[in-house]
Write a protein of this length. Structure first.
Length: 189
């Protein structure tokens, strides 16, 4: 708690000096934007440090940890899969798809964009859509698109297949699970 109080005090001093600098440049300079970003990160850290460590549930059993380990091995056993306490919600798919649709299409026969059309891609090998020029890295990758492989790919595209054309993805696990559940339905139509 003392650490977070000192951090908040230091952030206050930074914020005052930032406001003085922002008044001179109108808040448009790189320095002012950088300070805002650092301030936001430091505030989040202070809030995390202020959370008591004893708030976590300390009652764990071997059975509970064994069940958790089993679930981690098969995260998408069915569409009702639960991650922690959050169930998969395919209804969030259309909102999450907005990020993807700039590069991908879903309907059969639609043209490829910066990324390939995704209709019917589940269960198929990567880099097989006719008429799309895939990166050599994805062509050489031995991937069959399943819930698990798509989740790993969307989590960190360049780490999963270094040199692939795709960038971005979804860092939040719940978003990936919800999008994948929705894609399974939409790409099968």
């Amino acid at each position: 708690m003392l650490v977070s109080l000192r951090l908040c005090e230091a952030m206050g001093r930074v914020w005052v000096s930032h406001r003085m600098a922002a008044d001179r440049c109108g808040g448009r300079c790189l320095n002012a934007r950088s300070v805002r970003a650092v301030f936001g990160g430091a505030l989040a850290l202070a809030l995390v440090l202020a959370t008591p460590a004893h708030a976590q549930n300390t009652e764990t059993s071997d059975t509970a940890s064994a069940e958790t380990a089993t679930e981690a091995k098969r995260p998408f056993a069915n569409s009702e899969a639960v991650s922690g306490s959050v169930a998969v919600d395919p209804s969030r798919g259309p909102v999450l798809w907005r990020k993807c649709r700039a590069c991908h299409t879903l309907e059969p026969g639609e043209r490829h964009r910066a990324g390939p059309n995704l209709h019917g891609f589940f269960g198929k090998a990567a880099a097989v859509a006719e008429g799309y020029r895939y990166s050599q890295a994805l062509i050489e990758a031995d991937i069959t698109w399943t819930d698990e492989t798509l989740d790993a790919y969307l989590k960190a595209t360049q780490d999963y297949v270094p040199g692939s054309k795709m960038y971005g993805g979804l860092a939040i696990e719940r978003d990936r699970r919800d999008l994948i559940a929705w894609l399974k339905v939409e790409t099968a139509k």
